[in-house]
Design a binder for this molecule. Structure first.
Ligand code: AMP
Ligand code: MG
Length: 401
């Protein structure tokens, strides 16, 4: 049987780029930059006053002067002014450009002002204080954000400051998410006693949306001929498929044979893990096919552990977004399989992050997922896992801990 490590390598080996596209800046969080953003101006672009108060020439203060006549007022948004007399001061506001001739800002908190005269009451004034010097953060021409950067909310302020109304980003692969199973009905339909609604495809689709993956949902019949025709019509329409269900040993699990008949080359079938052992993976020159077992927890584990790393790799991100956490409680698992256990996650007061396993009633029980934050990955070689031992944790949404 293929190991989790081998399966990971085979999956990632098929990762490739899928081109680039432009998006409007406001919609770019979670996208990966395809262009480097270069500073078109110094940052800050002028000597920016960082406190409300007065601007003076430090030399006058150093020579012992403590009373300064206010020559004029300059607010944020006023053009760059001049301190014409170096023994006087300019009353100045945060965000204004420091006037030529001045080099130091004394905040109101360090002043008393009577009429037009400011008295410095601070014990200490440092030359250049409260001035955010032009180019101090970044010089014109320097890289603000590298290509390959995953955009987060604060990055939008940088894009905005550079006037990037739209940005070039990497295009993620497009997906079809294909449910199988004659017991499944659409979610707007009342199931008969022996039927259930298709559910896990929505969780899988939501997981993919983290990376702005476009996907369409389709349903396949548990009939090899119909399935063959449905899948054959889909060839060339999207970059990747996630098939869900129909890959185990049941009499109606036709997917592997249908996929192979369609010319999808099998890389592996069955991985030494629980849940998700019947995982089938293959590819043609055009498409990559993840065929995950249908139990909801299995299909979600497969997406979190293999599909998302593959998408990340296609986008040029590091595939492994797991984080090391300590186990909070002992856990026992005898079979020689990697065990993915849905777990809660808590930071304790010392900053240690601990995972508490919350295994449900097997891989068909997805009610527990609502109370967990991801899966802890326990190695196949051990059977008894002790509190304090450190294992990788695969979070559901990568940005929430
Ligand atoms: P299978 O892998 O096709 O043998 O399915 C395993 C179990 O998962 C069965 O109980 C199915 O009814 C269930 N299942 C399969 N696909 C879905 C789905 N899209 N949503 C919810 N349950 C599913
Ligand atoms: Mg089935």
């Amino acid at each position: 049987m293929t190991t989790v490590v081998e399966a990971t390598e085979l999956v990632l080996g098929t990762a490739r780029t899928y081109g680039e596209e432009y998006v409007i800046m406001e919609d770019s969080v979670g996208r990966v930059l395809a262009e480097a953003i270069v500073a078109t101006r110094d940052m800050p672009p002028f000597n920016r006053v960082a406190m409300d108060g007065i601007a003076i020439d430090y030399a006058a203060y150093a020579a012992g002067q403590r009373h300064f006549e206010i020559e004029k007022r300059i607010a944020a948004g006023d053009p760059i002014g001049t301190l014409s007399d170096r023994h006087k001061a300019v009353e100045i506001m945060t965000g204004a450009a420091l006037p030529t001739g001045a080099n130091t800002v004394i905040p109101y908190e360090a002043l008393t002002i009577e009429g037009n005269i400011a008295h410095i009451v601070a014990d200490r004034v440092v030359q250049g204080q409260n001035v955010h010097t032009q180019g101090e953060d970044l010089q014109q021409g320097a890289t603000v954000l590298d290509a390959g950067h995953l955009l987060r909310p604060a990055d939008l302020a940088l894009l905005a400051t550079e006037g990037k109304t739209r940005v070039r980003v990497r295009r993620p692969p497009s997906f079809a998410i294909l449910s199988t199973g004659d017991e499944l009905v659409p979610i707007d339909q009342e199931p008969l006693p022996h039927q259930i609604r298709r559910s896990n495809v929505y969780a899988v689709q939501a997981l993919l949306r983290q990376y702005h993956v476009q996907s369409t949902l389709l349903h396949l019949a548990d009939d090899p001929e119909v399935m063959h025709n449905q899948l054959s019509a889909l060839m060339g329409k999207v970059d990747a498929w996630i098939c869900i269900g129909g890959v185990s040993k049941g009499k109606k699990d036709f997917l592997p044979q249908v996929l192979e008949a369609l010319g999808v080359r099998k890389y592996f079938h069955r991985v030494a893990q629980r849940p998700g052992k019947p995982f089938w993976f293959g590819a043609t020159d055009e498409i990559v096919v993840f065929a995950l077992p249908g139990n909801p927890v299995s299909s979600i584990v497969g997406t979190v552990r293999y599909v998302l790393p593959w998408v990340r790799s296609c986008l040029g991100l590091s595939w492994d977004y797991s984080m090391p956490v300590q186990l909070a409680e002992p856990f026992r698992f005898d079979p020689p399989l990697v065990r993915f256990v849905e777990s809660e996650l808590q930071h304790d007061s010392s900053g240690v992050c601990r995972a508490t396993p919350r295994p449900g009633h097997g891989s068909g029980d997805f009610t527990r997922l609502a109370f967990t934050k991801g899966f802890v990955e326990l190695p196949a070689e051990k059977t008894l896992f002790q509190p304090g031992e450190v294992y990788p944790f695969w979070p559901f949404p990568t940005f929430v801990v």
